[in-house]
Design a protein around this ligand. Structure first.
Ligand code: ADP
Ligand code: MG
Length: 699
């Protein structure tokens, strides 16, 4: 679609200063971009009220009348200007706390105005503070009383310069009145007809100036569908091209290591889901295309084992493997686990972290280069350039959301062909969403927990009644169990949080003298933290006071209880991750959420969700609903260029799914979009996505 791209400066009501603000604050420099700056909400303005109908609990309303008089009132900070406004049925007070000089100059006594705002009551008086006020001319009424009025997000800076939502609305109106022709269509006719879509021209007009709720809904649907369709076309085509071009190592055989491990070392039967995912991985690495696969599995679903067995596939085919974890604690735990489980096999496992000594490091580097080290476990220290492998065939990344795409891509350079990549994450997001967020990854899901686990019991308790809880904890400790006590440590309130943590530690030592109490937090030196953690893993300390540093991955099956202090301050997925640290053994496990008596509505909802389900998928869906768009972990790092103005992949899940199928269908018939009927798709797709950074290609 091509519009004349005048500078917005020349659009009536904008001018140089506001044009600059639009560019700086919203990245909008052209009329075309302005058209796509969509409202974030709508308020019904179809009705004009009478003043005697108004009550303070009404949302935004509008009345027509005139100013009877202006009065100044108050002193200093409470200084204000009020106007008595009448429409014949009653009077209303309008109030301004700033810009008062401008108001008295601008609005004339006796003229008819349309006043729009939210009514409130002060004393006995019905008032509207800072109302929108327009002369009740025919033209203004036509513009303003159309139905749903759009509201636009504007920054503080914009508001200060007069670019309020109200002004944006006016600017939009001017913009549309300068358009002399219909906006050219951006979807092919056959789709418009088949899917019964509104035209682009009408959709854009409706979305800014809706004439009815139903038409607005159709308009939004069309615009969302279009955005998501182009995104999915991009992803599907990209994945297809990647698979065609990205050569990888073929792991042709399943060999001795894998078989011996499976038959003799495995302490338990694999779950059905683990088997299925292993098969998916096996099929993927057997071909000559590089694997880029995301394994999603709730906490405790046994991802580590899947990773381990995949690494054995690499070793059986003469390759090395590495496994990268986000923290030192986790890396050393993986290292210990792998070493223990692989002890009967001639597989050499090594550990590399930031605190590995220079001398050890040199030995390790040599071992990696000559191939005598088969598996390297580590933190991101292992992506550094000096770490060179003889023949790296598979790289596993645990807990993906802690790593950026750029880091992932660095692994690709560790061999002549890029090694297969297996990314593991416990963030349980719906599959379609995962396929979109991590559009360059194939997705496998471990949707089954190992058998015999008793579901964790989650309880909510108020933190002013602790005696009973402590008694219960004494009992658990007496049975030989271990307990986590988690405190929030949040950057903004770090000082007082830190104080609480230390006080909590001292308190726990007093209350539980029968056991050794340990403490870990992010401020400790890695070596110290590791040592402390190790003491808990071996059971030397039985109660561990900690911050969320234990959130990710740590596995101590004997720890059967977790107490979370100020649970209302944690996000849902964080609580779920934390809780996943218990319930890993055969014993009944407990998670106690402590909160103060006074809880915000959101806080209470989170606690309710946590006590009612253990299902990570359910929790993440609830989380998406509570937190709203654009806030999901990993979104920023997902690496998929996503230029969405109106669709929200977290909320428009069904449409994401639908457009995915549509994109696949279109590209199956016409992979390069060469047919005349698809020429529009091809052109728009190129325009939208050609300039986007494409990590897969540059890495
Ligand atoms: P996560 O998916 O959270 O990384 P882990 O890989 O740490 O989970 O596994 C959690 C626990 O479950 C570990 O103690 C592991 O040994 C155990 N486990 C894994 N697979 C099975 C299985 N098939 N049967 C029984 N226990 C299993
Ligand atoms: Mg794990």
């Amino acid at each position: 679609m091509q519009l004349p791209e005048y500078e917005l400066t020349y659009l009536k009501g904008v001018g140089p200063q506001r044009a600059r603000l639009l560019a700086e604050e919203l990245n909008i420099t052209t009329r075309q971009q302005l058209l796509y700056y969509f409202p974030y909400k709508y308020i019904d303005r179809s009705r004009i009220y009478k003043i005697d109908e108004l009550t303070a609990d009404m949302p935004y309303i509008q009345v027509i009348g005139s100013v009877v008089s202006f009065q100044e009132a108050g002193q200093g900070r409470s200084k204000r200007l009020t106007a008595t406004f009448s429409d014949g049925t009653g009077t209303l007070e309008l109030v301004w706390f700033k810009g008062t000089k401008f108001i008295t100059e601008r609005y004339k006594l006796g003229e008819k105005y349309l006043v729009f705002g939210k009514p409130a009551v002060y004393g006995q008086q019905l008032t509207i503070a800072h109302p929108e006020m327009d002369l009740a001319t025919d033209q203004n009424l036509r513009r303003l009383i159309q139905g749903q009025q759009a509201f636009y997000l504007t920054s503080e800076k914009m508001k200060n310069a007069g670019l309020t939502t109200y002004m944006m609305h006016k600017v939009m109106f001017t913009l549309f009145s300068t358009l002399t022709t219909r906006l050219p269509e951006t979807l092919p006719n056959y789709l418009i007809e088949r899917l019964h879509l509104m035209s682009l021209d009408e959709s854009l007009r409706q979305v800014h100036f809706p004439t009815s709720a139903a038409l607005l809904q159709n308009a939004r649907y069309r615009l969302k569908l279009e955005e998501l369709l182009y995104l999915q076309l991009h992803i599907v085509r990209y994945t297809h091209n990647r698979n065609k071009h990205l050569k990888g190592f073929a792991f042709e055989r399943i060999g001795d290591m894998f078989n011996t491990f499976y038959k003799t070392c495995l302490p338990f039967e694999l779950t059905g889901a683990q088997k299925r995912v292993l098969k998916e991985i096996r099929n993927n690495v057997a071909g000559e295309v590089q694997m880029n696969r995301l394994v999603q599995g709730d906490v405790g679903s046994g991802k580590t084992l899947v990773a381990l067995m995949s690494m054995l596939m690499a070793i059986d085919n003469g390759f090395q493997a590495c496994m990268m974890a986000p923290t030192e604690i986790l890396a050393s735990q993986h290292f210990e686990n792998l070493r223990r489980m692989l002890a009967p096999l001639p597989v050499k496992v090594a550990l590399l972290t930031g605190s590995t000594k220079k001398k050890e490091r040199d030995v390790l580097h040599a071992g990696l280069r000559d191939g005598s080290v088969h598996i390297l476990v580590g933190t991101h220290a292992l992506i550094e350039d000096e770490v060179q492998f003889k023949n790296l065939g598979l790289a596993v990344i645990d807990e993906q959301h802690r790593f950026g795409v750029a880091q992932r891509s660095k692994l690709w350079h560790k061999n002549v062909l890029p090694p297969h990549i297996l990314v593991m994450t416990a963030t349980p997001i719906p599959r379609t969403l995962a396929m979109t967020l991590y559009g360059d990854l194939d997705v496998s899901v471990i949707d089954e927990l190992p058998p015999g686990r008793k579901p964790i019991q989650t309880l909510h308790r108020y933190d002013n009644r602790l005696a009973q809880l402590y008694e219960f904890m004494h009992g658990q400790l007496a049975e030989g169990r271990q307990i986590y006590v988690v405190y929030p440590l949040i950057e903004e309130s770090e000082k007082s949080d830190y104080k609480n943590l230390i006080e909590g530690f001292d308190h726990m030592k007093k209350v539980f003298p029968e056991v050794e109490v340990g403490m870990v937090h992010g401020k400790m030196k890695p070596a110290e933290k590791d040592a402390e953690m190790q003491r808990f893993v071996t059971g030397q300390t039985r109660l561990l006071v900690s911050t969320t540093v234990i959130e990710v991955g740590v596995d101590v099956p004997n720890a059967s209880m977790m107490v979370i202090q100020n649970a209302e301050r944690f996000g849902l997925s964080q609580l779920h991750q934390l809780r996943g640290r218990v319930g890993r053994g055969a014993d009944q496990s407990y998670c106690v959420l402590l909160t103060p008596f006074n809880l915000s509505q959101d806080g209470r909802k989170r606690i309710d969700i946590m006590t009612s389900t253990n299902d990570g998928f359910e929790i993440s869906e609830a989380d998406l609903k509570l937190r709203g768009p654009g806030d999901i972990e990993g979104l920023q790092q997902s690496g998929m260029p996503m230029d969405l103005h109106i669709a929200d992949i977290t909320r428009d899940g069904q449409l994401v799914e639908y457009t995915r199928r549509l994109a696949i269908e279109i590209l199956e018939k016409d992979p390069q979009l060469e047919s005349p009927e698809n020429s529009l798709l091809r052109r728009e797709l190129t325009q939208k996505y050609a300039h986007k950074i494409n990590w897969g290609v540059i890495s």
